[in-house]
Design a protein around this ligand. Structure first.
Ligand code: ZN
Length: 280
């Protein structure tokens, strides 16, 4: 009778979370913008500043984008921290971890003029100590390296898993399953680095996925922090057989007896009259 929905009555959400702020992000962001999709871009401010480069085993020189272009490039997307210098954090002390996180957050906030709420773990190492540091630095979530391979919303926001790494063989199969799923609050989030699209010759594959996602009207593009803020707000809602009480500062959306209802911040609706009060 009651089904949770994303904003504007959409059933599912999609985004990408891409790391390192590399040259190929220019083409990648153009592609996202073409299909009006959303991305979260996880940046290392010190490496952008120094113009860090390295040689991929394919021979491709992977280049960081210079600081000057970051603000305009990522204007309609989320920017999150990926540490200052992309270290292997397993060898760092707590003070060093805190510095890597807090200095990057401060640099990005200065550059973008907005609060940086998200953190994505560099390489694969994550621990309780890093999780503690992420919380101490005031981040709202940490995206770890493991994949969920699932569309189910998660509630451990400091161990957040994207659905699938873009080079995974399951990518197209998962995309098709996402297009067909009727799971409540389904999320599909692709993780990667845009230089892989050059190395693996995957630009057409990604564009095909974006085109397919963008044609489905029940999918809402959201950034990672928008999804997490919405899921947190949904967790606070009181949902009974008689009413829905929104205890958050975001509008929440539901299908009640197949009628789409918006419950505004701090408001409640009676279930019996939901379809009469709100539009369907
Ligand atoms: Zn990285």
């Amino acid at each position: 009778m009651i089904r949770k929905l994303y904003p504007y009555g959409k059933k599912k959400t999609f985004n990408v979370t891409y790391d390192d702020g590399v040259l190929q992000d220019i083409r990648f962001v153009e592609l996202l913008n073409k299909y009006q999709l959303k991305g979260t871009f996880n940046l290392n401010s010190a490496m952008s500043e120094s113009g860090f480069e390295w040689i991929h085993e394919s021979g491709l020189v992977v280049k960081r984008l210079k600081t000057e272009i970051l603000k305009s490039l990522y204007a309609s997307h989320e920017v999150a921290s990926h540490t200052l210098n992309h270290p292997y954090m397993d060898s760092l002390t707590k003070e060093e971890i805190l510095h890597e996180l807090s200095a990057d957050k401060a640099n990005l906030e200065r550059l973008f003029g907005a609060e940086i709420k998200g953190f994505a773990v560099p390489f694969y190492y994550y621990s309780e100590l890093i999780e503690t540091c992420v919380k101490e630095c005031g981040f709202e979530y940490a995206r770890i390296s493991e994949e969920s391979c699932s569309f189910t919303p998660q509630n451990d926001y400091y161990n957040w898993k994207a659905t699938v790494f873009h080079c995974c063989e399951e990518l197209e199969d998962l995309t098709q399953r996402f297009l067909e799923t009727d799971e409540e609050l389904a999320i599909f989030q692709i993780v990667g680095h845009s230089y892989d699209l050059d190395v693996e010759n995957m630009w057409d594959l990604m564009e095909g996925i974006f085109a397919a996602i963008s044609t489905q009207s029940d999918i809402l593009p959201m950034t990672t922090v928008e999804i997490i803020d919405y899921l947190k707000a949904m967790e606070k809602a009181e949902i009974t057989g008689r009413y829905i009480q929104n205890n958050s500062n975001l509008s929440l959306w539901f299908a009640v007896n197949n009628a789409v209802c918006e419950v505004k911040p701090s408001e409640s609706i009676a279930i019996s009259c939901a379809a009469d009060v709100h539009f369907s």
